[in-house]
Design a protein around this ligand. Structure first.
Ligand code: SF4
Length: 361
């Protein structure tokens, strides 16, 4: 019952409160598509002039398909994220050449087109072709989470299904386009992220968040931290004023740069030389002396590296050179090291170490 009431309340409210926007006066899928792609990029007030320019310069999908990429990008200029514009152009070409200039009507078919995801496909199929496919965007998440008290984490991709299924129950089968627009309009103008205008809301009486003062707590959005901690111990092998380095291979940070022999730990626990065969073998080759730096923190965009440098001094190059070669290491003089590309972490270490160590040139 609450579902039916929700749907009818927001549609009644929408019909007398909707903003007069040009793409709401048409069922032409081409115009609806253009507006949806632009609105994924910016707010309505900023997107409106772009929409007007696009439909004036390219009034049909064939006009857009025939344009050069440069012309399309020039019109898009200022919106950012240029791959959207490129995909739009590609999509226009596919529809013109493979669909005779007509948008496919089915959600699944629309999804196969370049740059069209579930949101855009749902918007086109419901607004242009009256198919009862619900849209789920940020506005929909917010309104439904608050009204129905849903605390699923919306940053988790699995939550999409939950909101999509609920929306599929709520959608007005006779007028799906109006329902979709109504719920999005409510989220955009009344049920805003901060300070929602509950007093002016058509569903305030049945709203869970309103009744429980949970407007600020819903929807739940917990992004997984992309930052991870890494623990690097570098073995700085020194012999006759030279230091052993290796080129970092593979994808990931610092590809192609030079570093010392690296032992990566899963935590800050000290390295046990008996548990690391390379370190154990080095010790067997006769380490003259060794020093260890304290743990230093180095912050990158998605990872924090805690690093430590253990310097091992050897007297005779012949003793260690075979072992170094077997482990991809080469002894370099200071001048050679200066010329090698290195991560900042290594350069910083070398700068501080050069003040205290006398190295061969
Ligand atoms: S009552 Fe408030 S929180 Fe609930 S849907 Fe309306 S505006 Fe959003």
């Amino acid at each position: 019952m609450i579902h039916k009431q929700f749907t009818s309340n927001i549609i009644t409210w929408y019909n007398s409160n909707k903003r007069a926007l040009p793409w709401r006066k048409t069922t032409n899928p081409y115009y609806i598509w253009i507006s949806e792609i632009i609105l994924q990029q910016t707010r309505v007030s900023q997107g409106l002039p772009y929409y007007q320019k696009f439909v004036a310069v390219f009034p049909t999908i064939q006009d857009l398909a025939a344009a050069s990429e440069q012309e399309v990008l020039a019109l898009w200029q200022g919106l950012g994220y240029y791959s959207r514009a490129r995909n739009m152009h590609k999509c226009a070409k596919v529809i013109t050449s493979e669909f005779n200039g007509h948008f496919p009507k089915a959600f699944e078919q629309l999804l196969k087109l370049p740059g069209i995801g579930p949101y855009t496909a749902a918007a086109i199929t419901s607004l242009a072709f009256n198919n009862p496919t619900p849209v789920v965007d940020g506005n929909v998440y917010r309104v439904l989470a608050r009204v129905f008290g849903i605390d699923n984490n919306i940053a988790d991709a699995k939550s999409f299904k939950h909101f999509f299924n609920l929306s599929a129950q709520l959608i007005n089968k006779n007028d799906p386009g109006t329902y979709n627009q109504a719920v999005m309009e409510l989220g955009a103008t009344i049920c805003s992220p901060q300070k929602p205008l509950c007093n002016a809301c058509p569903v305030e009486e049945s709203c869970f968040a309103r009744a429980n003062k949970k407007q600020n707590a819903l929807p739940v959005k917990i992004k997984k931290s992309r930052n991870r901690n890494r623990y690097f111990t570098y073995l700085v092998i020194e012999c006759n004023g030279k230091r052993a380095m290796t080129k970092r291979e593979g994808k990931g940070i610092w590809e192609g740069l030079y570093e010392f022999y690296l032992i990566e730990n899963s935590s800050e626990t000290p390295i046990d030389k008996l548990k690391n065969s390379f370190l154990e073998q080095l010790h067997l080759k006769g380490v003259v002396s060794s020093e260890e730096t304290t743990l230093a923190k180095h912050i990158l965009s998605h990872q924090t590296i805690y690093s430590k440098f253990i310097t091992l001094h050897f007297k005779l190059e012949a003793e260690v050179s075979k072992l170094l070669t077997e482990n991809g290491l080469v002894l370099y003089s200071q001048t050679e090291i200066d010329a090698l590309p290195k991560p900042v972490l290594i350069s910083n270490y070398l700068n501080s170490a050069s003040k205290s160590i006398n190295l061969q040139d």
